[in-house]
Design a protein around this ligand. Structure first.
Ligand SMILES: [Mn+2]
Length: 363
């Protein structure tokens, strides 16, 4: 019985413009993307993978820097197994595409048609199906597909959308997956990783390999898996790229202490948006920024706190409300425990709410 190990990656979006960043920072981020290529190939070799399945959107667009192409070719050539690439919507097979014009290492196969074709790998007892987008929009590719019924392990690599039936990007239904007879369907397109089991087929997508904004937060990486006839499993392996994170912090009495308690260790390379919430005194965001600046690589602070109303402001006024508050305030100053103080504050808050209701009714 053959058991095949693979690495599955997608949505690298190499040479993305990172247009919301200053140009030097954007250049540095593209350099980090190129660095991921060697990291992926080293991981695939360390895991002794037989196959590398790259499910589209490797490039962000038609224009590819020569150094990016070189980094990709050299990383793929350093992989000891075979590579299969299925172009997606961002890197579709348009005229002049690097997939059609560049020299690729011998171990690389690119699916260059928008109909499904197959590569047989007899030495692994496996076959790899695939197809590529030939335009940004791609009608369904998997409709009516059925893998050959024999003992050969069947894998497919494809860019497509299995979460939205009316997608313009090769929509894939659960019924099509279940009918495919594939042992593994390696997808790309959806940037947040996930998987589906339909019939005897495992279908999974690794998500993007690097967050590019606060809509792509958290760990990003690749899938490592093993497949045999009628059995497949995958596990997620994060890559070392910087992360985008959004951290929501109820500030309490001490915003800095609250943020420091909430911020994980080892965030120095990461890009953080810290959202301050809850009732608070006015916050000196600049001072907070200065205090936290070195803890992360890029920091944004959003102050979403609500003003803390002074519960006792109307104490001493010559009104029912004023007298009520004065009475409770005396008890507060005499209170011995925190619990007692909290109870008194709660009584004041509830009493004020009730009196506001009553006064409005009287009007
Ligand atoms: Mn993508």
């Amino acid at each position: 019985m053959y058991m095949i190990k693979f690495l599955h990656a997608a949505d690298l979006h190499l040479d993305a413009p990172f247009s919301d960043l200053p140009s030097a920072e954007a250049r540095a981020r593209r350099q980090e993307q190129r660095g991921q290529l060697a990291e992926i190939a080293e991981l695939a070799n360390a895991e002794q993978c037989d196959l590398m399945l790259l499910a589209g959107d490797l490039f962000d667009g038609a224009a590819v820097y020569p150094e990016t192409l070189e980094a990709l070719r050299s990383a793929l050539a350093s992989f000891r197994g075979r590579v299969f690439i299925a172009p997606g919507n961002h890197d579709c097979l348009r005229r002049g595409s690097a997939y059609l014009t560049a020299q690729w290492p011998e171990n690389v196969h690119i699916f260059t048609t928008d109909t499904i074709t197959v590569e047989e790998i007899p030495e692994l007892g496996c076959r790899v199906y695939g197809a590529g987008f030939t335009a940004i929009d791609q009608p369904p590719l998997l409709e009516g597909f059925r893998a050959a019924e024999d003992d050969v392990v069947s894998v497919m690599v494809l860019h497509g959308d299995c979460l939205n039936a009316s997608s313009d990007y090769n929509p894939i239904s659960a019924e099509q997956i279940a009918a495919s007879g594939l042992d593994y369907l390696a997808l790309g397109h959806i940037h947040r990783r996930g998987e589906l089991r339909c019939g005897g087929t495992l279908c999974a997508w690794p998500g993007c390999t690097m967050g590019r904004g606060f809509d792509e937060t958290g760990e990003k990486g690749v899938l490592i898996g093993q497949v045999e006839k009628n059995a497949c499993e995958v596990r997620f392996v994060p890559l070392s790229a910087r992360r985008y994170e959004v951290l929501t912090v109820p500030v309490g009495d001490d915003p800095l202490a609250a943020v420091e308690a909430a911020l994980p260790r080892d965030t120095a390379r990461d890009i953080y948006r810290i959202v301050l919430t809850g009732p608070s005194q006015p916050i000196d965001v600049n001072a907070l920024y200065d205090a936290l600046r070195t803890r992360v690589s890029v920091l944004q602070i959003r102050d979403r706190t609500t003003p803390l109303v002074d519960l006792w402001a109307q104490r001493g006024e010559d009104t029912l409300r004023g007298q009520f508050l004065s009475l409770l305030y005396e008890k507060l100053t005499a209170a011995k425990t925190e619990e007692e103080k909290e109870t008194i504050c709660l009584a004041a808050r509830l009493g004020l709410d009730a009196m506001e209701g009553r006064e409005e009714d009287a009007l």
